[in-house]
Design a binder for this molecule. Structure first.
Ligand code: T5A
Length: 214
């Protein structure tokens, strides 16, 4: 696949501030004159959004980690083929709220699905596609949970998980960050203004390196 655009992802647990900081990333790209497309996972196409609803709905039966894994990758296959790759090939940048690092963190570490299975699906569904830059918003589990609890919206199925699940998710993300240079860890426990400043600094450096030649 020849692609000219860049692929940026945001990651973090519930309440880490991905949605809030996604806006800061997009505003900065716009100010730099980068043609970008904001999207999210699971989701990003009509069918993938329907799969997202399936994943996050509460069910009267238990949902296995393997079922979650397959739903997430079904949605991802749709998103990659119909949106991400065509846009990158046209030279557009894609900014995605969560991608496969979330699968390793939630289904791998959270649900304890063997990481080798996730790697197999990753290769099958994504081929060579990987983010060029990932901002991982890291925050203590208790802080993130306080933020989620303060919202009025009803909790989805995953937000109802217990603290040890989110502790494993965070450990999974931190392990990924140690293994992959593209992942930059941002301290998301700071004041929002400082988090946004840190985020913009990283994105700004990346734009300087990649925009002129893209
Ligand atoms: N999932 C996803 C999987 O299990 N496997 C996968 O492969 C993928 C891709 C998706 C769910 O799907 C799961 C993970 C998730 O459970 P989602 O909507 O992407 O759901 O993720 P959520 O984490 O649920 O999104 P949230 O909206 O809950 O969290 P955000 O976006 O991280 O947080 P945000 O920006 O909405 O902020 C939360 C609150 O905190 C405040 C904000 O104002 C807001 O009120 N806040 C701060 N307050 C103080 N200081 C700061 N620094 C703050 N930053 C934000």
């Amino acid at each position: 696949m020849t692609r000219r655009g860049r692929f940026i992802t945001l990651e973090g647990s519930e309440g880490a501030g991905k949605s809030t900081n996604m806006d800061a990333v997009c505003d900065h790209l716009a100010a730099c004159g980068v043609d970008y497309y904001p999207t999210r996972e699971p989701g990003g196409t009509p069918m993938a959004e329907a799969l997202r609803n399936l994943l996050l709905s509460r069910w009267e039966e238990s949902v296995s980690g393997l079922s979650e894994l397959l739903v997430v990758f079904a949605a991802r296959a749709q998103h990659i083929e119909n949106e991400i790759i065509p846009r990158l090939q046209r030279g557009q940048w894609v900014v995605c709220d969560r991608f496969t690092d979330a699968t390793f963190a939630y289904q791998g570490h959270g649900r304890k699905v063997p990481l080798a299975r996730i790697e197999q699906l990753e290769t099958w569904v994504q081929g060579q596609l990987q983010p060029d830059l990932t901002l991982y918003l890291d925050v203590a589990v208790e802080v993130a949970q306080r933020r989620v609890d303060a919202r009025e919206a009803e909790k989805d199925r995953l937000e109802l998980e217990q603290r040890d699940f989110f502790t494993r998710v965070r450990e999974g993300y931190l392990q990924r960050a140690e293994q992959h240079k593209r992942i930059v860890v941002i301290n998301a426990g700071q004041e929002l203004a400082q988090v946004q400043e840190d985020v913009v600094q990283v994105v700004s450096r990346f734009v300087d390196q990649h925009h002129k030649g893209s």
